[in-house]
Design a protein around this ligand. Structure first.
Ligand code: PGA
Length: 252
């Protein structure tokens, strides 16, 4: 049974697509999302944020980024600030994605500082958490996820938390074709929601949108979204394909 929380389905393009491909994709997806009962977000590369925003033509498609730095400006060669993202029309930012944590060694405290900056810059933070295969197999899921939530959300108020999205993405399911079972994803979302309720209060925990990510495909979107604590999806590979992404968005 679905909850009455808003469903949010996000495509994460990672390091893919040119300007031409972006504009064609956005124009192609717009008619397909009209009847969807979900909010649709696309996290695109920095270089195509502006063309993507322009191509949306004020529709309900929300364009965002996949990362940002925690400073407002300065000598940080190769980095990008929240204000710059906002300037080109980004409305949300993915923070703490497992590829940032594992390939670029981002820590919970750095992610925490980026979340605070994004909130100040009025860009909605989408915080990703998730356990590795080793942690999964050694039964450390709770410990890992609670630590990620505790440290990434340190000093965040319930009011600020209510503005965010949390995405549970088990690392072993990302890009592996090994989707978590709907039951595992549900149980983990419940664990996280209970933890949030305990630390930040039941009101915000009941309200916050929690997405599942990791090998989401047209074939498994519906069964995942039918779980009471799964309010959305974070879709990597399948969001690069217009046909697959529109099937996911219209999962019903
Ligand atoms: P995937 O990626 O759907 O390709 O597994 C998900 C993600 O990394 O957000």
């Amino acid at each position: 049974m679905e909850s009455d929380r808003q469903i949010v389905i996000t495509g994460n393009w990672k390091m893919n697509k040119s300007t031409e491909e972006t504009v064609a994709f956005v124009k192609g997806i717009l008619p397909k999302i009209e009847a969807a009962n979900a909010l649709i977000y696309l996290a695109v590369p920095f270089t195509v944020i502006q063309p993507a925003v322009e191509a949306t033509g004020g529709s309900k498609l929300v364009i965002g980024a996949q990362n940002m730095h925690d400073a407002t400006d300065g000598a940080f060669t190769g980095e990008i600030a929240g204000g710059m993202l906002k300037d080109v029309g980004a409305r949300f930012v993915i923070l703490g994605h497992s590829e940032r944590r594992h390939i670029f060694n981002e820590s919970n405290s750095f992610i925490n500082s980026k979340i605070k900056r994004a909130l100040l810059d009025e860009i909605q933070p989408v915080l990703c958490i998730g356990e590795t295969l080793e942690e999964h197999e050694s039964g450390k899921i709770e410990e890992v996820l609670y630590t990620q939530l505790k440290e990434s959300l340190e000093d965040i108020t319930p009011e600020q938390l209510a503005k965010m999205i949390i995405a549970y993405e088990p690392v072993w399911a990302i890009g592996t074709d090994k989707t978590a079972t709907p039951q595992h994803a549900q149980d983990t979302h419940r664990l996280c929601r209970d933890y949030l309720a305990d630390k930040w209060g039941k009101e915000v925990a009941d309200k916050i949108v929690m997405q599942y990510g990791g090998s989401v495909k047209p074939e498994n979107a519906k069964s995942l979204l039918e779980q009471p604590d799964i309010d959305g999806l974070l879709v990597g590979k399948a969001s690069l394909n217009l046909d697959f992404f529109s099937q996911i968005v219209n999962y019903r």
